[in-house]
Design a protein around this ligand. Structure first.
Ligand code: F6P
Length: 320
């Protein structure tokens, strides 16, 4: 393997740059050339490709977003899209590709691999919704971003004796909400994996108010509903004063945490090491703090596992 391509795809995530940096440094160290593919699969089809040197990745470990830019491409899912990409790959003499992204990006990686381009996936999504790996790059930073914002929201809620309901991302996965709910902490956490009753939640807020606890914090995962709707429901059924906040992209941007920088670095190195021995069709992950790789098929086919133990802890901790 002489020439490796690297791209980031789907939602950006803090730590993608750390992974790109590790890929570039490891590959150059192994006498491989690294081709940066800009704007994900769309950029691959369009030939937006430039060779990367050490100097291109100096200090990018500390920045959020992705220096390679990203995109969600509908065309790449079509056979013509794949065909276009394969032509570009061969024109640039690229022998293997590393894709940093989530589940959808891994499906693209598998298509490339099946078309004869050895491809490795690195899990980059704040959602932490990939079952084959304990953690995805960006999740830790997103949770930290959420708890930092909750602290600010709590200050102003407390000043007015109000309740705050904070909507967090995660698509259909409640991990960001659950972790931020425990660490934040929140008094009520509503998750897509559990059908949390809004009636019970509203009753709890009303009971808190009755016993003099005027300020409470609710976290709602976007997969479980919207902060605005929940606030409306509470206002209709209680006399609690509640304010909705949607954290949105604030939780996805910003400098990656140390955990994400190190996870991304370990995964980037592992991805290049796999390609260096012509091992394609793999997804890098972490299990029990060991970096692993499994087939892309297994990575895509493994359902995400909800952490029941953590959920039970949260239930117990919020009882008081
Ligand atoms: O998958 C990452 C994620 O941030 C989700 O948590 C969220 O639902 C979605 O992407 C938002 O997508 P977009 O960047 O297209 O608005």
């Amino acid at each position: 393997m002489k020439r490796v391509g690297v791209l980031t795809s789907g939602g950006d995530t803090p730590g993608m740059n750390a992974a790109v940096r590790a890929v570039v440094k490891t590959a150059i160290d192994k006498d491989m050339a690294v081709m940066g593919i800009y704007r994900g699969y769309q950029g691959l089809m369009d030939g937006r490709i430039k060779q990367l040197q050490y100097t291109d990745v100096h200090n990018i470990i500390e920045s959020g977003g992705t220096v390679l830019r990203t995109a969600r491409s509908a065309l790449f899912k079509e056979p013509q899209g794949l065909e276009k990409a394969i032509k570009v790959i061969s024109a640039y003499g690229i022998d293997g590709i590393i894709v940093i992204g989530g589940d959808g990006s891994f499906r693209g990686a598998l298509a490339l691999d099946r078309a004869g381009v050895p491809t490795i996936g690195i899990p980059g999504t704040i959602d932490n919704d990939m079952g084959y790996t304990d953690f995805t790059i960006g999740f830790d930073t997103a949770v930290n971003n959420v708890i930092n914002e909750i602290a600010k929201i709590r200050d102003t809620m407390r000043a007015h004796d109000r309740v705050g309901v904070v909507e967090v991302m995660g698509r259909n996965c409640g991990d960001i909400a659950l972790w931020a709910g425990i660490a934040g902490p929140a008094d009520i956490t509503l998750l897509p994996e559990r059908d949390g009753s809004w009636e019970d939640a509203a009753n709890k807020l009303a009971a808190n108010k009755l016993r003099g606890r005027l300020t409470s914090m609710v976290i709602i995962a976007e997969g479980a509903g919207h902060a605005e709707d929940f606030a409306h429901y509470v206002r209709e059924h209680t006399d609690v004063e509640i304010k909705p906040v949607v954290l949105s992209y604030i939780q996805r941007g910003g400098n990656p945490s140390a955990m994400d920088r190190i996870l991304a670095t370990r995964m980037g190195i592992r991805a290049v090491n796999a390609l260096a021995i012509d091992k394609g069709g793999r997804a890098v992950g972490i299990r029990n703090n060991k970096i692993i790789d499994v087939s892309l098929e297994e990575a895509i086919g493994t359902a995400d596992v909800f952490d029941e133990e953590l959920y039970d802890y949260n239930t117990f901790l919020t009882r008081f």
